[in-house]
Design a protein around this ligand. Structure first.
Ligand code: IMP
Length: 429
């Protein structure tokens, strides 16, 4: 038995969806443990594209159990739409294939309204959130006023909570954020109607995972976003409101740390970021455009153009430490094909000194300059490589450099969007 966690090592969008999809082949259960529909996992299966925001990517396989852990904030409208879209695509989703934790928090219309109004009020200082109400929903969770999935099956509790919350939220929306107030009745009617469809999926996910563990099932923990968007360890305040590090899989799914056996860190062969915030290796030139176009770097959730830059191994090394990475999966290596020279950031210079970890202070970070190692690029098409020795020497040297500097072995290399465009060096399961 071997339970595996997949986490992003950069600022999200590393291609976790594809790796999770691959690893699901050997898993019995796939569980998400943090975030919400700010995530967007794009999968290409037999040439058909699927984008999931809430449901674990493993749902496309037959006979796998997908679970939404207590650590998530769930927009019921989005979840129901994903269930419906899958039905239209020919896949019926039932409580046998999907569970939603009764302790997951529910995104309400006032969370979205506050998220959007707050970003507008911040103007040029905005975080660039996805506008899905993620932060405000987690705020209510911590404030102990949130609506949980279990409340959907108790109409009286739901009504009392929404009523109390709305009073406070409307005050905040109108008096502070200069936004429109929301009405109780339409919210209640809509949520009660959605509750009827969601209640069959709501269960104790921690208990279900425990039963799986006792029955020697293999569990895959699917992280969303990336380590540098972590509320504690990321480039605060330009972060999301959850913990995308591997340790969060325990609290966010309801299992103990001894149940995690392998942690795979997903590293895109270059760096991207959506939204605002520091990005030392950003390329605002034609090389950045080349990577953006070849990598089709547009957000799966908001459609925003992603900022692109060189691979920053300071960022990846931080992630290796924070999540205790056992192996790396390098994605989108094929995107770099055709560039004459490649740069890898191997350290930062701050006030004349070399540092190897990202400082917490944004002021200090702004003063850092990346220290690059330059290596020659490759021109050969690598998209058909299925074994490491089929990679051209320069592409292999790029991979080896990542391995050497981070000290973490590479288990998977992705050379294209499809399931088959993969070099599996060592299966983490
Ligand atoms: P929020 O999670 O919507 O509050 O957004 C906070 C920050 O995290 C913004 O910079 C978003 O662009 C970023 N973010 C949130 N989810 C993702 C993701 O799945 N991929 C990449 N960036 C994300």
């Amino acid at each position: 038995m071997s339970n595996t966690v997949v986490v992003g090592t950069q600022w999200g969008d590393e291609g976790k969806g594809k790796v999770v999809d691959l690893l699901t082949a050997k898993a019995d259960m796939v569980v998400r443990f943090q975030g919400g529909n700010n995530a967007g996992h794009t999968l290409v299966v037999e040439g058909k594209q699927f984008i999931f925001h809430i449901i674990p990517s493993g749902i496309l396989y037959e006979g796998k159990k997908c679970l939404i852990g207590n650590g998530l904030v769930v927009d019921p409208e989005v979840l129901l739409k994903e269930i419906q879209d899958l039905k239209v695509a020919g896949k019926e989703i039932t409580p046998e294939s999907l569970s939603l934790s009764e302790k997951a928090h529910i995104i309400m219309p006032y969370h979205k309204a506050i998220d959007l109004a707050r970003e507008t009020a911040k103007g040029r200082h905005k975080i660039g959130t996805t506008g899905r109400g993620i932060g405000p929903c987690y705020e209510d969770k911590v404030a102990r006023t949130g609506v949980r999935a279990v409340d959907l099956s108790e109409p009286k509790t739901l009504e009392e909570k929404v009523k109390a919350n709305l009073k406070e939220k409307n005050f905040f929306l109108t008096k502070f954020l200069d936004a429109e107030p929301l009405e109780l009745e339409p919210i209640l009617a809509k949520y009660l109607q959605m509750a009827g469809r969601l209640v069959p999926f709501i269960t104790d996910v921690s208990l279900e995972l425990d039963q799986g563990i006792k029955a020697n099932k293999r569990i895959l923990f699917e992280g969303a976003q990336g380590t540098h968007l972590d509320i504690d360890h990321g480039t605060y305040p330009f972060v999301t409101s959850s913990n995308p590090v591997a340790g969060a899989a325990c609290a966010g799914a309801g299992i103990g740390p001894k149940q995690l056996h392998h942690v795979v860190g997903i590293v895109k062969a270059y760096t991207t970021r959506v939204g605002a915030g520091p990005f030392l290796t950003e390329l605002e030139d034609e090389t950045g455009d080349y990577i953006q176009e070849r990598g089709q770097e547009f957000g799966a959730t908001t459609g925003r153009r992603r900022r692109c830059g060189w691979l920053d191994l300071v960022v990846v090394q931080d992630s290796a430490r924070l999540s205790g990475l056992d192996s790396l999966a390098i994605t989108k290596l094929d995107v770099l094909t055709g560039l004459e020279k490649l740069k890898i950031c191997v350290g930062y210079e701050l006030d004349g000194e070399r540092i190897s970890a990202r400082p917490a202070s944004l002021e200090k970070l702004a003063k850092c300059t990346p220290i690059y190692m330059e290596i020659p690029g490759w021109q050969e098409d690598i998209s058909r490589a299925r074994q490491v020795d089929q990679l051209p020497p320069r592409a292999l040297a790029y991979v080896k450099t990542i391995e050497e500097i981070t000290g973490v072995p590479v288990s998977i290399i992705s050379v294209g969007a499809g399931r088959e465009d993969t070099i599996m060096i060592q299966d983490p399961f």
